[in-house]
Structure formats: C-alpha cells, structure tokens
Design a protein around this ligand. Structure first.
Ligand code: ZN
Length: 164
C-alpha cells in the first residue's frame, strides 16, 4: 500500500504543478466560480456544453495542490461526457473521498485516474479542496452565475433511502 500511496501522491503533485486545461476556454458557454474559505482556494470552471455533452472543460484559479490537481484531473475526466455522466462521476468521486465508497450496490461509473484522491478521506479538511472544482462545475452546468462556496454545499449529505 505504501508504494501505491507514493504513486498517488506523485500523480497529484504532477497535476498541481502542471495543471491541464488551465486558462480561458475558447467557446465556453458555461462558467461558474467556486470558493473554499477554509483553505482560500478559488477556481473558475469553464464548460463548452453542446447538446448536453461537455465538449470541452477548463479552469483557472489559485489554490492548494489538492484543489488544483483535482480541477486538472476533473477537466481531463469529463471531456466528451454527458451532463448525466458528469454528475454520476461526481457522486462517485464524492463518495470515494468521504469514505462512503462501496456502500452502494448499484452500477457506478469507473473513476479511473480520479481514484488517486482516495487518500484525501484521511484529511477531512482537504475534502473541500478536492470537491471544490466539482461543486463549481455543477453550478456551471446549472447555469448559476453566483459564486459557490464549499461552506454552503458541503453540509451533511442527506441519506436517500435506498434500502429495499
Ligand atoms: Zn485547498
């Protein structure tokens, strides 16, 4: 497990130092700003949405290594996905880093490289850093112009009664 953890940290460091899809996004038609007051992370997420498909995703902003790497990897993971797929991926990602992964038996999207963030669950304060770009993306897709704050979105998750 130690070697795997080192590998995960390397991937996160790499993305934080050389974020992908960073900068203004040509042709973006969705945009939202996110702010995590606990850490000071600020990110703007851009999406070019066509026929409910995220044709292109980008971001800019300033934040800690976790929030930057999370945004970078999110943009890579989402290109070409539908809005529904993006939301399902966020749900899975959120479950992973809050330690809820594996509770659901339903079919779930493969996280792929995003699995490197599993270690974040051991640092609850970092969960907000990792989810900031995702909350911001969600606001962008919803067409909300206001700035989203993790202090408003990261409340206790309502349990949806899935038990049969
Ligand atoms: Zn942060």
């Amino acid at each position: 497990m130690g070697e795997l953890r080192d590998l995960y940290q390397e991937v996160i460091l790499d993305h934080s130092k050389r974020p992908r899809n960073f900068g203004d996004l040509a042709g973006a038609n969705r945009r939202a700003e996110g702010y995590n007051p606990l850490c000071g992370d600020r990110e703007t997420v851009y999406v070019r949405l066509e026929d409910d498909v995220l044709k292109d995703v980008g971001f800019r902003g300033a934040g800690c290594a976790i929030s930057t790497a999370s945004a970078s990897m999110m943009t890579e993971s989402l290109k070409g996905r539908t809005r529904a797929e993006a939301e399902a991926l966020f749900e899975r990602f959120h479950d992973l880093i809050t330690g809820r992964d594996g509770e659901s038996k339903t079919e779930r999207p493969d996280l792929g490289k995003l699995a490197v963030f599993s270690g974040v669950r051991e640092f609850p304060i970092r969960v907000k850093c990792a989810t900031l770009p995702w909350h911001t993306l969600k606001a962008a897709l919803a067409g909300e112009e206001k700035t989203v704050s993790t202090e408003l979105t990261e409340g206790p998750k309502a349990e949806s009664g899935g038990a049969a």
